[in-house]
Ligand binder design. Structure first.
Ligand code: BLA
Length: 508
């Protein structure tokens, strides 16, 4: 059955239940009594058994008692919803090669994934990550940090290209750092639409930090099960072998990529970006090095969080100082005849802006680049109708307020703070329009196409530079801007109270 074709069918592909794994390892799912109820169809090759024989057998009849005991001991450590445990160099069968294991619960099933251990003499992942972190800690600023991190991850994994891909608030993203083998064309600075990494994938990557696609041309190993279980519904969200969406495989092939790996970068638990790695021939990275890459991604996330927060702290501290001065002035007797509109210049120092307007006690005042007084009056009326009593901000005024088209060059961005008990009074910060060009990797509006996955939206085939000129937008308001606005609002209510108190005392 064909669904209507639109960009949201990307978001609906159930990538967590593919019913198969990548064949560089194998998967067994066992019940609480350790009987096998599902196995990937390549498990027999690794274990020297017929896969049809595996299901319904006790795990201990397939691997050694000692290995079962090792796994059982780790199961006790699995606490919390997305917990996984890793074991390296486990002898699954006496005298046979060693395996690296990842175990986790998926519903009632204990999922055991195994891949052959890779012995790299002289390599200690802990030491490698320590050195990598030392290098990136020495950098200054985000650009430098991201570039050095990409270089370090390339050094660890040997991918042909490693990028730092940062998400924008609308889900699209941009390559903010890149390191690549000589001769490869650069993707640095390119923008990719949100649907390239659909919503459910972004949500999954918030829970599971790393995924690798070792070879886009291998056939996945299907999960087989007994009739009482449905392998097609086994949730592989936390799996390390999960086979990847065929749509994404098609995307990588269109890009000419043969292997890919990505590591999540989180800020405050939300996906901030990804390390995106490409290779132009198949590339497998050992579980040990993937674990090291993941640790590096987690540490990098903390460093980004710290650097971004440092900037916010300085910005907010300065705003705070101005606010304290406002309160002092308002409390001082000789200033009792001042009103909210008289502090315009001070407001301007608190939030980065090009102009500011305030309407209070039937007085209106503007400073810097703003709409005209009449335009401000109408805008305030609009704001009070649509968002009464709340902070209201946007970077593209004409999108929410059609009349804003008339002044969008002066004031495309607005941040409005309601400031009194009477509904109308309001302080508005403005930011002027910033016309800029965006370099998309291929036209982002994909056309409906009949691809190998049937009649649905398929990834675009061309990644040729496609330049868009964005007009009508200002620099966006940051989380720090909004936080300052919230606290300024509280301060202004206090200032208003003090001013009216003073005025009342003077009248007596
Ligand atoms: C997944 N898409 C991804 C991933 C990346 C990208 C990094 C994570 C998987 C991986 O590590 O390879 C996108 N890769 C990029 C981008 C760059 C890059 C932007 O290197 C930039 C340089 N993709 C489409 C369309 C759909 C789609 C139209 O273009 C849906 C119809 C889907 N992308 C898609 C899906 C996944 C994905 C479903 C999840 C794959 C999975 O984890 O199973």
């Amino acid at each position: 059955m064909n669904e209507a074709v639109n960009l949201t069918n990307c978001d609906r592909e159930p990538i967590h239940i593919p019913g198969s794994v990548q064949p560089f390892g194998f998967l067994l799912a066992v019940l609480s009594d350790f009987t096998i109820c599902m196995a990937s169809d390549n498990a027999g090759i690794f274990l020297g058994a017929d896969v049809a024989d595996l299901v319904q057998r006790p795990l201990s009849s397939v691997i050694s008692e000692a290995a079962v005991e090792t796994i059982r001991n780790r199961v006790d450590h699995l606490a919390g919803p997305d917990a996984t445990e890793r074991l390296f160099g486990v002898e699954l069968q006496a005298g046979k090669p060693l395996y690296d294991l990842s175990i986790h619960f998926s519903g009632a099933y204990l999922v055991v994934e195994a891949e052959p251990s890779v012995n790299e003499p002289g390599v200690n992942s802990g030491e490698l990550v320590r050195l990598m972190l030392e290098r990136i800690r020495k950098t200054r600023g985000m650009t430098d940090l991201a570039r050095e991190a990409a270089r370090q991850l390339k050094g660890l994994t040997g991918f042909d290209r490693v990028m730092v891909y940062q998400f924008h608030p609308d889900g699209s993203g941009e390559v903010i750092a890149e390191t690549a083998e000589p001769g490869l064309e650069s993707f640095f600075g390119l923008r990719y639409p949100a649907s390239d990494i659909p919503r459910q994938a972004r949500a999954l990557y918030q829970r599971n930090w790393l995924r690798i696609i070792a070879d886009v041309n291998t056939r996945p190993a299907a999960l087989v099960s007994t009739a009482t279980h449905n392998a097609g519904l086994l949730d592989l969200s936390m799996s390390v072998l999960r086979s990847v969406s065929p749509i994404h495989i098609e995307y990588l092939r269109n890009m000419g990529v043969a292997a890919s790996m990505s590591v999540s970068i989180l800020r405050d638990g939300k996906l901030w970006g990804l390390f995106a790695c490409h290779h132009y021939s198949p590339r497998y990275i050992s579980f040990d090095k993937r674990t090291a890459s993941e640790l590096f991604g987690q540490m990098f996330s903390w460093i980004v969080e710290g650097r971004e927060r440092e900037g916010d702290v300085v910005y907010e501290a300065r705003a705070h100082q101005v606010q304290e001065r406002l309160i002092e002035i308002a409390a001082a007797h000789e200033h009792s005849r001042r009103a909210i509109v008289d502090f315009l210049g001070d407001y301007r120092k608190m939030i980065a802006c090009d102009g500011v307007a305030v309407w209070s006690d039937d007085k209106i005042a503007c400073e810097g680049e703003t709409p005209t007084e009449d335009e401000v009056k109408e805008l305030v009326a609009f704001i009070n109708r649509t968002s009464p009593g709340r902070i209201f901000a946007g970077a593209e005024i004409a999108k929410v307020y059609a009349a804003g088209e008339a002044f969008r060059d002066r004031a495309a961005g607005f941040l409005a703070i309601p400031i009194s008990r009477t509904p109308r009074d309001c302080l508005i910060f403005f930011r002027r329009e910033v016309t800029r060009s965006v370099n998309w990797a291929g036209a982002p509006d994909k056309v409906y196409d009949e691809g190998p996955n049937g009649p649905r939206l398929t990834p675009r085939k061309s990644f040729e530079l496609w330049q868009e000129t964005v007009a009508g937008q200002s620099k966006p308001w940051s989380v720090a801007d909004i936080r300052i606005a919230e606290s300024l609002r509280v301060t202004l209510l206090e200032v208003i109270l003090q001013l009216s108190d003073l005025a009342a005392r003077e009248r007596r």
